[in-house]
Ligand binder design. Structure first.
Ligand SMILES: C[S@@+](CC[C@H](N)C(=O)[O-])C[C@H]1O[C@@H](n2cnc3c(N)ncnc32)[C@H](O)[C@@H]1O
Length: 456
């Protein structure tokens, strides 16, 4: 199918998307919009993307709006994404906020753009792990998103192994119940701690109320996390949302965005606060009890390349695009990013028919199998990737995790050792496929994982 739209259709679609979702698909993102539109056309039963796009622009019925929005969003998320943020929350921020609020015994937290819930539950777990006793406190954790299909998954609270790719095994074992080899359910007390509600951030105004009578007011938040959301918005739209978020914070409130969003337009209206290994944004300088930085700033805000490399995030962005994207694998990734695993799997199998010697296609297939709980197939796909590219670090590492999770400790150990034996140059050498991690940092991570396995 030809994805290309006529220039005037593309422009009208781009405008509609920006107006109704805030998402920016201008210039270099045009191709992505066309690819998403083509996939959506299929889902809606249209054979021609151009006809579909015109229909969307002129007469998309309100009852199908949600379904259309779902085709546009990137829902990629996982537990304790940017682990240093959660460590800082546990050690510094939550204790300081609690000290602030001893009189009211109230704590209000909002995860804006929570996708399928991993971030909001990670927050609930951080509250459970902090040394502060919050028993009998009125604690609110609100998770909102405009993608209602994602929110439904968040409500269910069941996750595959892939969602735990950035966490040690104790995190999963302690706070989740194992339902099967690849399905883990959040513990009931943590599930109860979080409320999920639909909200489009571009409609946000701080006097807004949700329809549900028991829903919290969008005001007076002690803490807001809005991470990996506004990076997809046009600068002015992001800035408008940031203003509204600021108005929703209480006086001592703090905002967290992701490290790749520190240069967002609109953050200069906040006071930046280096905390531990990360950076938060305060509503104002005045309050005495706001958390104090414990160490010198590790990096200067707004300069992306000075961020500290993140040790535990070796599998972050597993679906990261190669420098020169291959259109078909990219389509698979887009489907996977929006959680449409069966479709992504089918497409990936089709791609493999043409590219059976491509290790990254086999690796991607393994990722999809893992997500869908087909663990045997995932092992086979990883083995094929490794046959074609014995130096595929991610494949060795994922295979190790997969085997470990299935109780094959010896074989897992072998895979981790294989990952260590791959010669990828000096310790300082940067590994682009591992999100900029250096060879030395990757080796350290594998060694830690091996030690964890030995101590089980
Ligand atoms: C990449 S996910 C980030 C999830 C999580 N915050 C994290 O950092 O892992 C981005 C989320 O933002 C949501 N989103 C995008 N535009 C939005 C909008 N206008 N209003 C509300 N949510 C939005 C998407 O639906 C998606 O779930």
């Amino acid at each position: 199918m030809n994805n290309t739209l006529l220039p005037e259709t593309l422009q009208a679609l781009e405008l509609k998307v920006a107006r109704e979702t805030g998402l920016d698909f201008s210039s270099s993102r045009n191709r992505d919009l066309e690819a998403r539109n083509a996939l959506a056309a299929k889902e809606f039963g249209f054979s021609d993307p151009e006809t579909f796009a015109r229909w969307v622009v002129s007469s998309l019925p309100a009852k199908r709006h949600e379904q259309w929005v779902e085709t546009l969003t990137v829902g990629e998320t996982y537990f304790r994404r940017e682990a240093e943020v959660f460590e800082t929350l546990e050690k510094q921020v939550i204790p300081a906020l609690a000290a602030n609020n001893t009189a009211s015994r109230r704590l209000k937290i909002w995860c804006a753009g929570c996708s399928t819930g991993e971030e909001a539950y990670s927050l609930a777990i951080s509250l459970a792990r902090t040394k502060v006793d919050l028993k009998d406190w009125d604690v609110t954790i609100l998770g909102t998103d405009m993608n209602t299909a994602s929110l439904k998954k968040a409500e269910v609270g069941r996750y595959g192994l892939w969602a735990f790719r950035n966490t040690p095994s104790w995190f999963r074992d302690h706070y989740f119940m194992k339902l099967s080899n690849n399905v883990w359910e959040i513990r009931p007390e943590l599930h109860r701690a979080v409320t999920f509600l639909p909200l489009n951030l571009i409609d946000l105004n701080h006097t807004q109320r949700f329809q549900r009578p028991d829903a919290p007011l969008l005001a007076d938040f002690d803490l807001i996390l809005c991470r990996n959301v506004l990076m997809y918005f046009a600068p002015d739209t992001a800035s408008g949302v940031l203003q509204a978020l600021k108005a929703s914070l209480c006086k001592t409130g703090l905002l967290f965005v992701s490290a790749s969003e520190f240069s967002l337009k609109g953050l200069d209206e906040f006071v930046s606060a280096p905390l531990g290994d990360t950076l938060a944004f305060r509503k104002s300088t005045s309050p005495a009890a706001a958390p104090k930085p414990v160490s010198a700033p590790a990096f200067v805000p707004k300069v992306r390349h000075q961020q500290k490399p993140r040790k535990a995030s070796v599998l972050r962005r597993p679906l990261a695009r190669p420098p020169k994207p291959v259109p078909k694998l990219d389509e698979v990734r887009q489907l996977a990013d929006t959680g449409r695993w069966p479709e992504a799997l089918n497409l990936c199998l089709r791609v493999l028919k043409e590219r059976e010697l491509d290790p990254s296609a086999h690796y991607l297939l393994a990722v999809l199998h893992i997500e869908m709980g087909h663990l045997k197939e995932a092992v086979l796909a990883l083995q094929r990737a490794l046959y074609l590219d014995p130096a595929h670090l991610l494949a060795h590492f994922s295979l190790g995790h997969l085997l470990q999770s299935q109780g094959f400790a010896k074989a897992a150990k072998k895979s981790f050792e294989n990952a260590l034996n791959v010669d990828r140059g000096a310790a300082a050498q940067v590994l682009p496929e591992l999100d900029g991690l250096t060879v030395g940092q990757f080796r350290e991570l594998v060694r830690q994982t091996l030690q964890e396995g030995d101590s089980l």
